[in-house]
Design a binder for this molecule. Structure first.
Ligand code: ARG
Length: 630
């Protein structure tokens, strides 16, 4: 791909990440107007400053730092920093090549860090000295505060998972949970105070269906009595309800009722609706059953969340929020944002925003999904006064959130400008193993067990775990299986629909979590066989593979910031993959333990330690563990 536009007012971010993002999201510059955030430009400020001096000295013109367009040098060229010289030809009145050569010579003369340069088609590629890069390792990367970003004083809420309590979590939830957790970790690493929330849909007709079926057909089954995980047990009765309800519909249809009539008139659905009314009236027996069955579900969810490695700071329950939002209807009517129709229903006209007219309160005065979500947004804001509020919800609700956010903005609600729908596409499975049966979805717990199994098969085939205890093996298979699953789902832009291939995801040689985990284990193994001795620190014979690795490492803080700005774990996933590849190249080209001298060995050990640390931290931002050995 070509160089980034030179006409952008702000400086483009570094090339590698930019390329990644362009590939992933098709956009970058528009989403990242704030280059102040960029660590790269801080680090390269000495180049920018001296370029200003050069332009002043050579062409007697004052320009500002914003006019200096810096990029990472593309892989195929010599150098590490590239300055775009076209904008300066205005002042130099010379060709871009000549201008580049003059500025390059000036930089080399002024800065001891600049060891050389070349000019290709008006791009001035600057090489920084070995000493500069070695110092980057010693003074920037190795210290403990590397890539530790200062708190920015801003609060962000990330709502994710938000399941219904009538059935277990499925593959779609897995993507949701992994995204929500990873984005939270990334935002925290970028300096935000993060509140992870889960809005549990614990009430409504769906849960009444499970309750009713259990009452009728359950014979008192409990998770204890049958050994079935609580959420699966409740889900089983949801399926039974559906089956029995369909039977009744068939009977009514054979007796001459239309499809629609049969749906409405089947005794089971009527009973479920009565149960919901009783729940709303606070009927003791119904509430008790509801609490019991939801309790089973929560125990089951907790287990799944633990396996997934996700957690929450605050749970909201729809049973406590479903009546909220009605006061906002009043407020909106007073402000003239909403209007009432003759049948008493309340609406908002969003045609000016390219949306349509939307019902916000039914004619009988009951709420709709939108009403509740307006109320919940207000409740969240009252609780936390966050600067940003992110909703991790599937793309089938894109329209809902567009409308919700537009309404809240029109109402002038505080925090309305910080609302963001982190929308994601569906996950499919290839046919064969684990393919969902027609009409059913892939269960999250089953999927995780399958992943552990696949990891086990792959690892045993490689035969490297003979000296592991049974417990160690179990834990390793979990780490690898989950690493494979998480990495595969997170390396892709959230918006894209995704085909999850379990076997491909575990490929130790591929663009996978296990490849990166393996690289980490390789590093740990090297480090475990030698001691780092701090006296050795006058290495000077830097090889290209070593320098490239240092260059890669210095990009970590930017990867964090860019991932946070884009709410995209894919930025981190792809960064860590590139780093692992660069490390492996170094590892294959240079002997570490058998290095030519102790000075070289010590340098490479420290370079390895730094790489291991960054890989570990990067994977942690994806919610992925890295093993010591594998
Ligand atoms: N429970 C809902 C569902 O499963 C998702 C809720 C999303 N969050 C929200 N604030 N609307 O479809």
């Amino acid at each position: 791909m070509g160089h980034v536009s030179t006409t952008a007012k702000t400086k483009p971010p570094l090339n590698l990440l930019n390329t990644l993002l362009l590939n992933l999201t098709g956009s970058y510059l528009s989403e990242f107007p704030n280059s102040d955030l960029n660590d790269y430009f801080c680090r390269m400020n000495f180049i920018i400053e001296t370029t200003l001096k050069a332009v002043k000295h050579l062409y007697n013109t004052d320009i500002s730092a914003a006019d200096v367009n810096l990029q990472e040098t593309r892989k195929e060229f010599e150098g590490q920093v590239t300055i775009v010289t076209f904008p300066f030809t205005k002042f130099s009145k010379k060709s871009p090549e000549q201008t580049g050569t003059e500025i390059g010579a000036f930089l080399q003369n002024e800065l001891k860090e600049v060891s050389g340069f070349n000019v290709i088609k008006g791009f001035l590629n600057v090489s920084l000295s070995n000493e500069y890069w070695i110092n980057q390792l010693y003074n920037e990367i190795l210290p403990d505060d590397f890539a530790v970003i200062e708190p920015n004083g801003k609060k962000v809420m990330v709502e994710y998972s938000s399941p219904n309590t009538n059935k277990p979590l499925h593959l779609g939830h897995v993507r949701n949970n992994l995204l929500g957790f990873s984005v939270s970790e990334i935002l925290a690493a970028a300096g935000y105070q993060v509140i992870k929330t889960n809005l549990v849909n614990d009430r409504g007709i769906h849960i009444c269906k499970s309750m009713l079926a259990w009452q009728k057909f359950g014979n008192g089954e409990t998770p204890e009595s049958s050994g079935l995980k609580g959420d699966h047990l409740v889900g089983k009765y949801y399926v039974i309800f559906d089956r029995e309800y369909k039977k009744q519909q068939e009977e009514l249809k054979s007796a001459g009722q239309s499809e629609e009539e049969a749906k409405k008139n089947a005794p089971l659905i009527k009973e479920a609706q009565e149960m919901l009314q009783k729940w709303e009236a606070g009927d003791e027996a119904v509430i008790t059953l509801w609490k019991t069955m939801n309790g089973w579900v929560y125990t089951g969810f907790a287990e799944t969340y633990k396996k997934l490695g996700v957690s929450f700071d605050k749970f909201y329950y729809e049973s406590e929020t479903y009546l909220l939002g009605k006061d906002i209807i009043e407020e909106g009517l007073e402000k003239g944002v909403f209007y009432r129709k003759d049948d008493n229903s309340v609406w908002i006209d969003l045609t000016a925003d390219g949306l349509d007219e939307k019902l916000v309160l039914r004619s009988d005065g009951t709420s709709v999904y939108m009403t509740q979500d307006m109320g919940t947004a207000q409740l969240k804001y009252n609780d936390y006064h966050m600067d940003r509020s992110i909703y991790v919800v599937g793309n089938e609700q894109d329209y809902h959130f567009k409308v919700l956010f537009t309404i809240l903005k029109r109402l002038g609600k505080e925090g309305a400008d910080g609302l963001f729908h982190l929308s994601y596409g569906m996950v499919d499975l290839p046919s064969g193993k684990m393919k969902s049966r027609e009409g059913t979805v892939v269960d999250a717990d089953d999927l995780m067990s399958e992943m552990e199994q696949t990891a086990k098969e792959q690892t045993e085939a490689m035969g490297k775990v003979d000296d592991f205890t049974a417990d160690e093996k179990q834990s390793l298979y979990h780490i690898i299986g989950m690493g494979a699953l998480k990495y595969f789902l997170l390396k892709v832009d959230p918006k894209k629909r995704l085909l999850f291939d379990p076997n491909e995801s575990v490929d130790f040689q591929g663009h996978t979590g296990p490849f990166i985990q393996y690289t980490h284990a390789r590093i740990r193994s090297v480090l475990n066989r030698a001691n780092i001795i701090n006296e050795y620190n006058s290495y000077s014979n830097l090889a290209v593979e070593e320098r490239d690795l240092i260059v890669s490492l210095t990009q970590f803080p930017d990867a964090i910031k860019n991932a946070a700005e884009a709410y995209s774990p894919a930025v981190i996933a792809n960064y860590v993959y590139e780093l692992a590849k660069v490390y492996n190249k170094f590892y294959h080209e240079k002997s570490i333990l058998q290095a030519e001298d102790e000075e070289s060995k010590q340098f490479r050990l420290r370079l390895s330690a730094a790489s291991g640390k960054v890989i570990n931290k990067g994977m942690k931002l994806l919610g992925i563990e890295v093993p010591e050995r594998m």
